[in-house]
Each structure stands twice: as structure tokens, then as C-alpha cells.
Write a new protein. Structure first.
Length: 264
């Protein structure tokens, strides 16, 4: 059984940053593997360790810089990786769900996996739709927000618990091939060992372009346009007490009385 995990490198902002137009300059960004994808990778590697999966492959859409992040997934146990990127993708900027779906669909057709795992969402754009959209494009069965997975490889069936609104959990069965979007908490992602990091340097990261996948530049034309980026204004009603302990304690007590705290 082959398991394909879609992964994404995401950017986290430093505490102090600036915005230039619709971008945040690189010096204010730190890159890492998307949290939800980390859980998906761990779930795939555990399937391999349990003798259920024969191969774990990761696929990402990202620039050469992302290979450092991808190698962390390889260091945790994935066997090889696929990275899709070229100048047309870079120039496109924002990639919406439809664009990502088209690209990943072609990767899946090339790899022909039995199971596809994705994170529920990405911490940067938060679309929370790529996994389900990919399943629809492939005409695969799917389950979203999966927090427990029990796979019967012989029967080609995945029994999953899904986390629904209101604290409700659903137990359902999904026939393979299928796409499952993985929720945080399904497992405990491992740290990459020194041995795993060394081995990851020897594992394959195949670079593919739109042309390699049979596309031209029109494949990354998006229906979304990023028009503005700004730091939202925040309003707060904060009282700061200055002075020694006796002074601030008295001021605090008076403020609480004014607010009606403790009043009958």
C-alpha cells in the first residue's frame, strides 16, 4: 500500500513586522512544516511501521527553499518527496484551492496511491478545503477532520472517527482509495532524530514543473486576487496601576468597586 501525504511549508510572522504592499518581507518570516500536515505525516509513518503501508510519499507545491522543510518530513520517516514549482507558479502568487487541486490531482494520477492524507487546514491561508476538493476531483471517497484512523488493508476500508461541531464524533467507514484530512491530536508527532536527519539527506526529492505535469501557465490562473494586506486595529480598555504594592492594591480595590465587582 502506498500512502501519499500532501504537505505545505507555512510562514509564521515575527512579533514585530512590517507590511510592504500585499507582502511581508522575508526578514520577518520564519518557515516551518504546517502543523496539521505534521500529524498527517506521523499517521502515515505509523501505518508503515505497523506493516500496513509499504511506501510513504510526500507532495508539496513550493519553492526550492521548501526543501529544507520537506526534508524534516523525510527525516521523520517518509520515503521520498515530490516538489512542484516553476516560474509560472511563483508569478501567480496566491494559489487558490482550485489551482492546488489541479496540480495535486495530476501528482496523484502519476503516483496512484491507495490512501491520501492531508492536514485539515493550513495555518497561513486557512482555506480548509484542499483535501476535500482533491477527493472530489479524483472521485475518491473522503472523510474530513479525522482524529482516529483504523485501516483494514485487506478489505481496503478505513474506519475513522470524525470530529464534528458541538463536540459530536462520527464513526464511519470509507472505501479505499480515499482522501482523509487529519486533525491535530490524532497522534503525537515525533521529533526528527539525528539518524533520521542524516538519512533524509540521501532521500529523493523529485522536482516537477507545470510542463512536467502536462500543464501550461493557465493552470495557475486563480479566481482570487489579493487586494490588500494590513494589520487589524485592536481596541482595549486597560488600566495600568503604577506604584508600590500598597498603592496599586488600593487603586485596584477602588477600580473593582467602581466596576461593581463584589457588589451585592
Amino acid at each position: 500500500m502506498k500512502v501519499l501525504v500532501t504537505v505545505k511549508e507555512v510562514a509564521a510572522l515575527e512579533e514585530d513586522f512590517e507590511i510592504e504592499g500585499t507582502d511581508v518581507p522575508e526578514q520577518y518570516l520564519e518557515y516551518d512544516l504546517n502543523e496539521w500536515d505534521d500529524y498527517a505525516v506521523e499517521e502515515a509513518v505509523q501505518l508503515q511501521e505497523d506493516g500496513i503501508a509499504d511506501e510513504v510519499v510526500t507532495a508539496t507545491i513550493g519553492p526550492e527553499r521548501a526543501e529544507e522543510t520537506i526534508r524534516m518530513a523525510l527525516a521523520k520517516g517518509a520515503d521520498r518527496a515530490i516538489r512542484v514549482w516553476d516560474d509560472d507558479i511563483e508569478e501567480a502568487g496566491l494559489l487558490d484551492v482550485g489551482v492546488k487541486t489541479r496540480i495535486l490531482e495530476r501528482v496523484v494520477e502519476e503516483e496512484d496511491p491507495d490512501l491520501i492524507l492531508t492536514g485539515v487546514q493550513a495555518s497561513d491561508d486557512g482555506f480548509s478545503a484542499t483535501g476535500v476538493s482533491l477527493a472530489a476531483a479524483l472521485d475518491y471517497q473522503w472523510a474530513s477532520v479525522v482524529n482516529t484512523l483504523d485501516l483494514d488493508a485487506e478489505a481496503d476500508v478505513a474506519s475513522v472517527h470524525r470530529e464534528l461541531e458541538g463536540g459530536i464524533e462520527e464513526l464511519t467507514e470509507v472505501d479505499l482509495p480515499a482522501v482523509l484530512t487529519i486533525q491535530t491530536g490524532i497522534n503525537e508527532p515525533r521529533y526528527a532524530s539525528l539518524r533520521g536527519i542524516r538519512q533524509a539527506q540521501q532521500k529523493e526529492i523529485a522536482h516537477e514543473t507545470l510542463e512536467d505535469l502536462g500543464f501550461d501557465a493557465t493552470a495557475v490562473e486563480s479566481e482570487l486576487t489579493l487586494t490588500d494586506m494590513y494589520e487589524p486595529e485592536t481596541e482595549s480598555d486597560v488600566t495600568i496601576f503604577e506604584g508600590d504594592a500598597d498603592e496599586t492594591a488600593g487603586d485596584l480595590a477602588e477600580t473593582l468597586r467602581d466596576k461593581g465587582v463584589g457588589a451585592e
